[in-house]
Ligand binder design. Structure first.
Ligand SMILES: Cc1cc2nc3c(=O)[nH]c(=O)nc-3n(C[C@H](O)[C@H](O)[C@H](O)COP(=O)(O)OP(=O)(O)OC[C@H]3O[C@@H](n4cnc5c(N)ncnc54)[C@H](O)[C@@H]3O)c2cc1C
Length: 388
């Protein structure tokens, strides 16, 4: 047994996964170790994950794990989705946004697209042939979703879309983008709709693959829409219900971000214990200094507490019981704790922590966005404050 892994392990075993889930985890771990981990650094330099990886993941049944079998999915539950996410997080594969595709974009198609559109798109999304993205944010609007300006105007049997989006994950690779549009200029949050745009549609262009301080393998991009015409049937669900649809799906997105934090903190604690136990300074190891050992002990205690809370949220989400406020709370706590602890762990690595070849430095930079995207920490506090 790896003693550092044992040292970093939470105080008690997890109980939310079944034997079948754990068998699935073995399969996912083998895939990640073979197909992802050895290549991720190259993808960071390239700024994008190859589409071929998505097709291979599709062949192995790793995409859309929660989608019911009658819609072409694996018929799993949120536990299966967590396992894919956790195994990618374990190797800090921050560019591989399977969870955005499978567990954030696909649910909108599953719940709100017409039967014809589901039949057209979902099989390609399960196979990895069509990669999904969701475009809410605009250059002039992020946290305040209801200020969306990208417009969609009905013209006969089509929607005509004009506007631009920014910071869109999977932006370069996306074959299908859910675009948050204004469909009633006077109605605020009641005048927004979700409309799908496929790649290749005239007038839809991708801008820059944005240069970021972390998540270098993720193709976060600008998207532009100039008189883009799509069939009326590309509207998801009812007209002007976009804001409500987003509010319904966003809690799962926030829980997903927290799941990534949990594994990231556990893995980086393990790696930091390993590093500090072998790095010699002033005739002893870094670990031998009480100041560092105490910080690691404090981290283990806090991460153990977060694990219990997070697994409770996952279990309750699997039963459909997790509220929007609780999802906001677990994201807030997870991302803030992850940023604080990873910064401590990096510090214990000294200059090596700042080197990109060390995982801790990359994980630290990747983690920073957790407090911003999916709704910032301030927005999470606003959501929780409403319950006070
Ligand atoms: C790497 C990355 C990937 C992303 N992927 C996507 C994606 O796939 N799709 C997508 O649509 N968007 C995506 N985003 C955008 C992300 O969701 C937004 O950046 C985020 O919602 C914040 O919006 P903003 O950047 O416009 O900041 P602003 O809204 O301008 O916020 C500026 C500051 O004000 C604070 N603030 C906001 N509201 C309040 C308040 N009520 N009280 C106090 N302070 C407040 C914010 O917390 C922040 O600190 C991504 C962003 C990044 C960086």
């Amino acid at each position: 047994m790896d003693t550092n892994a044992a040292a970093a392990r939470p105080f008690r075993a997890r109980t939310i996964f079944s034997t079948e889930h754990e068998m699935f985890r073995d399969q996912v771990r083998r895939f990640v170790e073979r197909e992802v981990a050895p290549h991720h650094r190259d993808w960071e330099h390239a700024g994008v994950v190859p589409r071929e990886l998505w097709r291979r993941a599709g062949e192995q049944g790793l995409l859309c794990t929660m989608l019911p079998e009658e819609l072409g999915g694996a018929g799993g539950d949120f536990g299966h989705a967590c396992i894919v996410l956790e195994e990618l997080a374990r190797v800090n594969a921050s560019g591989v946004a399977f969870q955005l595709h499978s567990d954030i974009v696909v649910p909108y198609i599953q719940h709100y697209a017409t039967p014809e559109k589901r039949a057209e798109w979902l099989p390609k999304m399960v196979s990895g042939e069509m990669i999904g993205a969701i475009a809410m944010t605009e250059p002039g609007m992020g946290s305040d979703l209801k200020a969306v300006r990208t417009s969609a105007v009905r013209d006969g049997d089509e929607w005509v879309i004009n506007g631009s989006k920014t910071f869109i994950s999977n932006g370069q690779n996306a074959g299908l983008v859910i675009v948050v549009c204004r469909t009633d200029p006077e109605a605020g949050r009641r005048g927004m709709s979700l409309i799908c745009v496929e790649e290749g549609t005239p007038g839809f262009t991708r801008g820059r693959n944005l240069e970021k301080i972390g998540m270098h393998a993720q193709d976060t991009s600008e998207l532009f829409f100039e008189d883009v015409r799509v069939p009326a049937a590309n509207l998801l669900g009812e007209l002007n219900m976009g804001f409500r649809q987003l509010m319904h799906q966003l809690p799962q997105e926030r829980l997903i971000i927290a799941v990534r934090c949990g594994i990231s903190m556990e893995t980086m604690l393990e790696k930091t214990i390993e590093y500090t136990k072998q790095r010699q300074i002033f005739g002893q190891t870094v670990f031998d200094f009480q100041v560092h050992r105490f910080k690691l002990a404090q981290a283990k205690a806090e991460i153990g507490m977060f694990r219990v809370y997070l697994d409770d949220c996952i279990a309750r989400h699997m039963k459909g019981e997790l509220s929007a406020e609780e999802a906001a709370a677990v994201k807030l706590l997870g991302t803030e704790m992850q940023n604080r602890l990873l910064d401590d762990f990096l510090q214990m690595h000294g200059g090596y922590g700042y080197m990109a070849e060390y995982e801790i430095g990359r994980a630290w930079a990747d983690a920073r966005v957790g407090r911003i995207y999916g709704g910032s920490s301030e927005v999470m506090r606003e959501i929780i404050a409403r319950t006070l």
